[in-house]
Design a protein around this ligand. Sequence first.
Ligand code: ADP
Length: 503
Amino acid sequence: MDTDRKGRHKELKVIEDKNYNLLEQRLIHHLPVAVYTCDKLGHITFYNPAAALLWGREPVAGRDLWCGSWKLYDSDGEPLAPENCPMFRTLKEGIAIEGEIVIIERPDGTKVRVKPYPVPLFNSEGKLTGAINTLIHYTDIRKAEENQALLASIVNSSDDAIISKTLDGTITSWNRAAERLFGYTPSEVIGKHISLLIPADRLQEEELIIGKIARGENVDHFETIRSTKDGTEIPISLTISPVTDLSGKIIGASKIARDISEQIKSQETNERLFREIKALNEKKDEFIGIASHELKTPLTSISGYLQILDRFENDGKGKKFLQKTILQVNKLTGLVSDMLDVSKIEAGKLQYAEVNFDIRLMIDGVLELIEHTQGDHEITLETTIESLFVKGDQQRLEQVMINLITNAIKYSSNPARISIYLNCTHHDVTVGVKDSGFGIAKEKLTHIFSLFYRVEDSNPTISGLGIGLYITSQIIERHHGKIWAESEPGKGSTFWFSIPRSK
Ligand code: ADP
């Protein structure tokens, strides 16, 4: 250790004694700013590459005097006599000069504005030995100044309040938007503590924020309340970032505050509207539910009495009218029970039974019923399956089949030609109902399973409520299946659904 320490002392001494000037020159050589030295008579003794670049030439060391430039002018562009150049005056008067501007002309005729900073050098006895001069390219300074002015104007024209503060919370800058938002002028707040803006019950927030900033973290969109000069409390969103000095040390924070009163107001309005619409929808569903329920009871009685009358009526004309009435009452009963289903679906109360049943048998039954009730249409079942069990609600799936076949009849010219398909894979059963009717335009096809949707322009005379396909799709969804349609206007449509097979 001792030897080491001694060794290091020796080395330092050698540098001090012999190479001190060399080290100094080596340092200056690599500086990115123009630096040169003169002896006490003004001869240039040393200059770095940045100086040669600025002058556009390499002066002859020991011969060129005061400045390495080819020609020199004052800041107004007038030629500058050597005895007036700043380096000359520093050597003559032994004083440092700063704040002046000179213009250097290079041998190629280009000119640059520079700020020279000549500083006299003295030996240990206090005698002037020469001077060192730093030349700062004026455009660099101007660029920095312009950048600063640009930043300042951006900050000042910002709609958001921008405030900076030190780590102990002292406000150091305050833009116009901050003045508008909080009501204080810069002179009223700069130098004051930031707690001026914080309501008493939120003072602990500042500690948390400063803790984060000191650790170099940002605070993003922190929504809080701050007080204005007249004591009004306003909701704001704060974004705070650390401010560092040139060495990267955190010395404060910059804060952007945005007034979010309007945002909160429109958020509240939206929430209120949403609640109102939801309540109205609930009321509508409730009304549909009650109305259909109330209609169903008298309809069931009417239907029953009509059946009894039908049994007794023998007069040909009377019987015909009676049967027409029964048909219309059946239609009405179908509509009422569809509406009741919709209100149950919307309330999440539609009941499903789950049993194993033979879907082929079910389709045969539906076709028989349709043949019996819907007149002479050409309906064929195309399948090789003789029996196939699925698990689900048989009645609801019958309802699906009746719906699809009734639509195929309703949206075709009379008599309708309909094919029913029944296929299966290892996992699924797929059923199709194909008609050669009016078809549906492609852009409407995606909407047909929505509640109350009707393609009215293509078939305005056919009545309906637009709820059958909605109920159908809900029933298929409850069976974990899917439903879709293929169609071409003028050529016909095929509605498909598939549901999982029984395991
Ligand atoms: P509704 O028949 O009472 O209007 P749906 O929900 O059953 O209600 O059908 C919705 C719409 O889909 C119908 O208005 C009709 O425009 C269209 N649509 C349904 N089935 C067919 C079909 N087979 N062919 C052509 N259009 C159909």
